[in-house]
Ligand binder design. Structure first.
Ligand code: UT7
Length: 332
């Protein structure tokens, strides 16, 4: 019997309508369009407005469109994994809420929290359920409402992040297409540089934590940058070597969109030219778990069966990793 691989058979994404532009940010904090663009590559980001709208809204919208594209029902889904850092609630899992919203009554769901590397952690986890023969239809959602944990008076973080996300459907493939390899890494010592100080069990929410703005993203940008720029390039190079892949054999690099300078450094190390790198950070900023499905969705028209893709990410934790996958379909 041929080996079973987990292949992406559909991709979709969803972003809220409201665009927060650099020009608007200039009126909110002491920043300039020029600073944001040259230091990060970002021009605008989307913000989810409205009472009672959380990450599950983004995820549910993405999955509804995904099912339509593939022509299947929500009841066909066996498992839904949601990678998110901004769950609707501490519990239950946002995956469960998405399943409820879309009517995936036969699926079980759980969340993965690995910050910006969450989507590749979730893809790798999902693949194991397919490769083992346990399930046939696994949905992986990557979505975040980063605006819910951003301090819009802090110019060092508010210019970077945005809301949005996407989803992929994984199904068994016996033609050797799909997720071929994956390398995942983490180092908890990195948490000092990027975290949310309060709201967890160490420091539950109180008047003091709210007054001290401890429910927002805390990031030491330069320290994170130094790790991100080396680790993302290291792991991308490692997965190429492990799989004997030459630069010319790679059709696309799909990088997490945190900073254009980190993406460029990774591409350079891999020996990949700019036109093979998916970059849409200018439109969405850093949507954390949303960046990779947003790229796959936007570039779906240009992806061909057998294309070699390297997906690479780095994020809070620290967490980082790379996936090597062979694209499995031509868009109809
Ligand atoms: O996705 C999860 C992982 N996260 C990342 O990968 C993010 C990694 N880090 C970065 O992308 C970058 O470090 C940032 C974009 C966050 C910051 O860029 P930077 O080039 O590292 O700037 P910096 O922190 O070294 O700050 C340089 C200067 C500082 O001013 P002084 O001290 O030199 O006077 C900052 O206060 O830029 C200032 N600055 C700003 N100026 C205008 C910081 N933010 C802003 C701003 N507008 N928005």
């Amino acid at each position: 019997m041929n080996k079973i691989f987990a292949a992406i058979t559909a991709v979709n994404a969803w972003v809220p309508e409201y665009r927060l532009t650099n020009e608007v940010l200039e009126t909110m904090v002491d920043t300039t369009d020029e600073w944001i663009l040259t230091r990060t590559g970002i021009r605008e980001r989307r913000i989810l407005k409205g009472e009672g709208q959380g990450t599950s809204e983004i995820g549910a919208n993405a999955v509804k469109g995904l099912l339509e594209k593939r022509g299947i029902e929500a009841t066909d889904i066996d498992l839904l994994i949601c990678a998110t850092t901004t769950p609707d609630m501490q519990f239950p899992a946002t995956a469960n809420i998405i399943c409820d919203k879309i009517g995936a009554v036969n699926a079980f769901g759980f969340d993965i929290n690995a910050a910006c590397s969450g989507f590749i952690y979730a893809m790798t986890t999902a693949a194991k359920y397919i490769e083992s023969g346990m399930y046939d239809k696994v949905v992986v959602v990557g979505a975040d409402k980063m605006s819910s944990i951003i301090d819009y008076t802090d110019r060092t973080t508010c210019v970077i992040f945005g809301d949005g996300g996407g989803a992929v459907l994984l199904e068994p493939n016996t033609e050797g297409l799909g997720i071929i390899d994956s390398i995942l890494k983490s180092d908890g010592a990195g948490r000092v540089h990027l975290h949310q100080k309060a709201g967890g069990s160490v420091k539950p929410a109180s008047h003091e934590t709210v007054n001290a703005k401890e429910h927002f993203v805390y990031q030491e940008g330069q320290a994170v940058f130094r790790f991100a720029v080396t680790k993302m390039a290291d792991v991308a190079e490692e997965i190429m070597k492990k799989n004997n892949l030459a630069s010319e054999e790679i059709a696309w690099l799909v990088p997490h969109q945190a900073n254009k300078r980190i993406i460029d450094a990774t591409a350079r190390r891999m020996g990949i030219s700019d036109e093979k790198v998916m970059i849409n950070i200018q439109h969405y900023g850093n949507t954390t778990n949303g960046t990779i499905p947003l790229c796959l969705w936007e570039w779906e028209d240009q992806l061909h069966k057998n294309d070699n893709l390297i997906i690479a990410a780095f994020g809070g934790g620290f967490t980082w990793g790379a996936i090597y996958l062979k694209w499995a379909y031509e868009k109809k």
